[in-house]
Design a protein. Structure first.
Length: 312
């Protein structure tokens, strides 16, 4: 059996050959967020700028025995101000990514999407988990399980393109997207099957590019070749998908957490569609998952620098 976290370790080791990514860490005022940023810096993945109330950050560091000397601090009085100042670090070129500290995701994203002072692009913002599932050969991208609650077909076009571009940033040899539903046939009574079929036709017409895309597919015949064979689904994606696009946030959240809690998977994550990648970590994340999320952001930023279109 493959060593646990082997996929993440390969990703982290590759990113350690690259220059550390300048990252604005918004409001790292508790143990998990400050430790996570410092550990990623020690692993040579990121060069953090700590943005938040200086006294609180220094107090947490003192409690944990962390030396803050190597890390610049941008003083901001409270969490909303920390989010705005972290976004400003990106806008003025000091940082190439954002990282969530001990503030609510909504606070950070509100600063990101502000029309005049944020980091919006023409692309819809969406989230991707990069799952390391034991006994599954390759990483699995799942989208969107964290940002878009009930996306429209128009929004799903951007969610799909963001995920495809992430697959390229992660250097997948071939990006194969399964658009998931409860069944693999188009059923007028199940709207997600109609939207899946429409997205596939958009791929045929080059409105979405860069991947093999098929749907609707049920989860079993998306990732298990034997299930696809039994159902007589002939497709270059069926049974071999490395990107799973879910119908809505509820389905995505349940899928990702099922893999985590029932299959022992880990879930690194990144938000795409803004001008820079955004690292959203959870207090429940293990150290290796935090480092993997930073490594994913490093790969996205590298793709952007090299002329990729992942930022929209």
């Amino acid at each position: 059996m493959e060593q646990k976290h082997a996929k993440y370790h390969r990703l982290i080791e590759f990113c350690q050959t690259l220059p550390p990514l300048p990252v604005a860490v918004a409001h790292p005022c508790d143990r998990s967020s400050l430790e996570g940023a410092v550990e990623a810096a020690k692993a040579r993945l990121i060069a953090p700028v700590l943005v938040g109330p200086r006294a609180r950050i220094e107090a947490v560091a003192a409690e944990l025995g962390i030396d803050l000397t190597p890390y610049p601090i941008v003083d901001a009085p409270y969490s909303h101000a920390s989010a705005a100042a972290a976004v400003e670090c990106v806008r003025d070129g000091r940082s190439e990514a954002l990282m969530k500290g001990s503030l609510h995701t909504d606070e950070l994203m509100a600063a990101v999407v502000k029309r005049d002072t944020g980091l919006r692009t023409a692309r819809r913002i969406s989230h991707c988990f990069v799952m390391d599932v034991p006994q599954h050969e390759n990483p699995l991208i799942i989208t969107d399980a964290a940002i878009n609650i009930a996306p429209t077909l128009e929004e799903k076009v951007d969610i799909l393109q963001n995920a495809i571009d992430l697959g390229h940033a992660l250097q997948f040899a071939e990006v194969r997207v399964a658009i998931l539903s409860a069944m693999e046939t188009v059923n007028p009574k199940v709207p997600s099957t109609i939207e899946a079929a429409a997205l596939c036709k958009m791929v045929d017409r080059h409105q979405v590019t860069g991947a093999l895309v098929d749907g609707p597919l049920a989860l079993d015949n998306a990732i298990d070749e034997e299930a696809a064979r039994i159902k007589q689904i002939h497709s270059p994606v069926a049974g071999r998908a490395n990107v799973l696009m879910v119908p809505d946030l509820e389905a995505g959240n349940m899928l990702a957490k099922s893999l985590s809690f029932l299959a022992g998977a880990d879930a690194a994550g990144v938000v795409l569609g803004a001008r820079v990648p955004i690292i959203l970590t959870s207090r429940a994340d293990s150290l290796v998952t935090r480092l993997a999320s930073c490594a994913v952001a490093v790969m996205v930023a590298l793709s952007r620098r090299e002329g990729g279109r992942i930022m929209g």
